[in-house]
Write a protein that binds this ligand. Structure first.
Ligand SMILES: C[S@@+](CC[C@H](N)C(=O)[O-])C[C@H]1O[C@@H](n2cnc3c(N)ncnc32)[C@H](O)[C@@H]1O
Length: 245
């Protein structure tokens, strides 16, 4: 797999199909290659961790559980949106039960890849797009809804945010982790049609023809807090708390 800057250079020099559908096909090709050699060329540590049945539920999500009604309920219900074939969210939390549900619109493709490669991850990704979560899950279903590096791969990130918020339990949290302004970085090719950025703590979604505020969309009840991830250049973290009913 070429590094991303070489892919971009090749694309600029030689062109190619930059449509969203071509982007979905490329995503499938990417994951088949990434998993084919046990993650060696992709990210050996991420591969090992995501295949581990003891993959730990991370401290930053434990903190959100502690600050929600889930602190007193069992099990903790977690949804990973745009999870890819191997969810990056852990589930092992000594003393607590975490029920992790992972969804991705490419789940059927991922099933074929995993079956071909005889890989059995601890959490199998189910088919659903972020825009359509309410067609798969009831409202107020999850304590924590996570979306990592996937919202800006969707056709309609604003609709994804609406739906993620809708399936979050009152008092629960939506947790988003993304790179800033990936559509600008990637020249609006393939899945990268939207930029995500931070503006005075809000998360803004923008491209060449539109700009949306997450705060304005969700209304005054929602607490939206976006900030830079100090550990990763260009990354932003958004926490959205849904008010208690
Ligand atoms: C860069 S991968 C990130 C996967 C995983 N979250 C991670 O952090 O490794 C982006 C994922 O977004 C998914 N995706 C594309 N469109 C989506 C949509 N409408 N809703 C949810 N996920 C989507 C892709 O299929 C892909 O698996």
């Amino acid at each position: 797999m070429l590094p991303r800057f070489l892919q971009r250079l090749r694309h600029r020099l030689f062109g190619g199909d930059t449509s969203y559908d071509a982007g979905l096909e490329n995503e499938a090709v990417f994951w088949r290659r990434a998993l084919a050699d046990g993650g060696r060329r992709w990210n050996p540590e991420a591969f090992r961790q995501r295949m581990d049945p003891g993959f730990a539920f991370p401290p930053h999500l434990q903190e959100l559980v502690a600050a929600s009604p889930a602190a007193a309920s069992d099990p903790v219900q977690v949804l990973d949106v745009g999870a890819g074939p191997l969810s990056a969210v852990g589930f092992h939390w000594p003393g607590r039960r975490v029920e992790l549900t992972a969804v991705d619109p490419l789940a059927e493709v991922f099933d074929r890849i995993l079956d071909d490669l005889r890989l059995a991850p601890p959490t199998r990704t189910r088919k659903a797009a972020g825009e359509d979560l309410l067609s798969v899950f009831p409202a107020d279903r999850f304590d924590i809804v996570v979306c990592s590096n996937a919202l800006d791969h969707s056709r309609d990130p604003l609709q994804c945010i609406r739906q993620m918020y809708a399936v979050t339990r009152p008092g629960g949290w939506v947790f988003l982790w993304h790179y800033r302004n990936e559509a600008e970085e990637e020249g609006y090719s393939g899945l990268h049609q939207w930029n995500l950025d931070e503006d005075s703590g809000d998360m803004v979604l923008w491209n060449r023809s539109a700009r949306h505020s997450t705060r304005a969309e969700l209304g005054p009840g929602a607490e939206v807090d976006t900030r830079s991830d100090p550990a990763v250049p260009r990354a932003i973290v958004t926490r959205i708390r849904k008010p208690l009913a």
